[in-house]
Design a protein around this ligand. Sequence first.
Ligand code: NAP
Length: 309
Amino acid sequence: MSEVHEVVIVGSGPAGYTAAIYAARAQLSPILYEGSVTAGGALMNTTDVENFPGFPEGVMGPDLMDSLRKQCERFGTKLVTDDIVSMDLSGEIKVLTDGSGNTLKAKSVILATGSAYKEIGLVNEKRLSGRGVSWCATCDGFFFREKVLAVVGGGDSAMEEANFLTRFATKVYVIHRRDSLRASKIMVERANANPKIEFIWNTEVIDVLGDDKVSGLKLRNLVTGEESDKDFDGLFVAIGHLPRSELLVGQIDLDGEGYVKVDGRSTRTNQAGVFACGDLVDHTYRQAITAAGSGCQAALDAERFLAGH
Ligand code: NAP
């Protein structure tokens, strides 16, 4: 407790690991809290990452994170596989407590806690979670061999999940609330070319049916208002993410959607010595490469802050 660290990094996606690589190379001896169950962040639940520069053949999400992790360690980052459960970011010395009850002091903190899956918000979605309702095709797709599945959403995640699930399922219906997709062109083309994928347009899921496992969905057509029940063996929800900023409420300025506010193009929050990067601040781009870039910025901002103090 008496030691005051230069920098503690909270979160281990591309943003957190990149911040650690830069901070470690700047000889700030960073400590990085990876999370007890979420180490590596969202890319741990992804298959092929085809758009991270430097990998012409693509790279598997977990392999990419493993490489970033090793790169952090190579320069002396101390990795802790635990969560930060509370923080006091107000003073000149920041105080953080981890899930094992250890308390740390730091002159600067880099927040890189990323985002969590968004839920539709239905009571039966939660009740049947793990019993046919999932947010992760790469984690759970295997359990749906020869089944008929629904994917909700119209973004890149929904296209990726739907395509992946056709490895197992006989049919995958993508249910989208509008009549056009938000996903990138290449992902849409891939989904359109997949004979196992069919789209249900202008439709929302209003209930998840089933006693102890998913048996179907209650749908509402948003143009006609017509409601109908349709049989499905599983539901994959891919409707985006919410920033993981619960611990920061009342500590630093957040915007109306819970993203951390930063000063202009920097990673500086309204608390001196506290920096934020990755999906935690990013409404717009939310790519592995942009998260990594902002992790680099956060480390450089922290380094400059420490040099000035
Ligand atoms: P997203 O782009 O925000 O798309 C979310 C989708 O879910 C939208 O189509 C949205 O509908 C729909 N939606 C949101 N809330 C809903 C609700 N309550 N009920 C029903 N539908 C709802 O999120 P994402 O697909 O997770 O992608 C996030 C970011 O990661 C994007 O920048 C994406 O490019 C990136 N990403 C990239 C890859 C890749 O390149 N391989 C893979 C995955 C994700 P509307 O369209 O009507 O708003």
